[in-house]
Design a binder for this molecule. Sequence first.
Ligand code: LLP
Length: 463
Amino acid sequence: MSRSAHPAGPRHADVLPEGHYSAPPTDLNALDSKVWAETVTRDTDGVLTVGGIDVKRLAEEFGTPAYFLDEDDFRARARSWRTAFGDDADVFYAGKAFLSRAVVRWLHEEGLNLDVCSGGELATALSAGMPAERIAFHGNNKSTDEIRRAVEAGVGRIVLDSFQEIVRVAHIAQELGTRQRVQIRITVGVEAHTHEFIATAHEDQKFGIPLAGGQAAEAVRRALTLDGLELIGIHSHIGSQIFDMSGFEVAAHRVVGLLRDIRDEHGVELPEIDLGGGLGIAYTSDDDPREPHEIAKALTEIVTRECDAARLATPRISVEPGRAIVGPTAFTLYEVGTVKPLDGLRTYVSVDGGMSDNIRTALYDAEYSVALASRVSEAEPMLCRVVGKHCESGDIVVKDAFLPGDLAPGDLVAVPATGAYCRSMASNYNHVLRPPVVAVRDGEARVIVRRETEEDLLRLDVG
Ligand code: LLP
């Protein structure tokens, strides 16, 4: 991204500081449909609306900060993943992106499966009625208690992540008198083009069993000999927020190579492969994500081609999108508390939330966009940094963005594309209360995760 020319405006220095920003948009009131949920628009007064309700009303009723989630958009995205992959493949929504009982019910109704990675996610899924056989259980260090609960519940698959776990799951399944369907997660040695902390298929990290050095083949050998396990396939997840399909291409090539070796060594053709999640979404206008049908077509073609070359029947494919389903469906609504112009630098806009409701900017240097939501403005753009209320200078929500020069305390601003990994990674830092998630649909808004209260905080404090 380039440095912009100096936009005119009352709060600007002559030279703009270094930053990740393009030139200021020509119309600050315009909403780029790439980053906003489907039903978000401005009403005739210029107030942002979602699902037919304006944000001033939403702020009055539910307070700020709050996440507002467009339920129709969520359902439509879930459906489009399912229809894109069709009946010969399975879509597992990755619950870590955002999970609540309402979301589990929507997924169930839309015919998706669910990927969980902890006892808490499993409990949420089961309590909301997701059939256990449609659940995949992940994690690099599942406790024996978690494994036992998953096997007892009858989850459709456990994704094995280590040699120890192969034995643990086999023992527990045997003890419970059952055979557990499992996949083995392997690392294929792909460098995904994403932030280091969310890349997961290179070898020097904690997930999966390396293909390199024959470790994955050895894991398969052991799993095939254990009575408590039914090995149904191989799993690979290369990372998150990926736009470039070439990483998936290499991963599929290597996974299919392992399937071929397994066939040659054991005479067994494993029936499934899971290519994980990780498909990117638009956080700013600079991002260009692919549509689910393009992704489905590309992945299916890659796997079919690789299998044809290896003379294998094409296995059933599964994928695990999280962010690509829920990410674009929600925005966070904040109230502006202070506006602090710093000469020669930028204007710091403090909002009533921060790193406790969106840690992604601090953790991954993630980029977001922001818009004035409670009104339109014809004022000149000013370069801003939207920051939170925490005692931490890295408490940044949007690092570089342009907002109207007349922005003032009491204005509402909205940060789009916060549906994934914001509420699910929220914290109580500084004893700040975690915001609610409000689902909006057809002119109705309902809380699906309520706002935390001080009583909630004090309830955990013993003594
Ligand atoms: N499957 C597995 C095995 C995963 O580990 C993940 C994400 C997914 C699927 C879903 O990936 P998605 O489609 O949502 O990118 N907290 C980070 C992302 C870490 C994701 C960890 N695993 C973030 O905020 O970007």
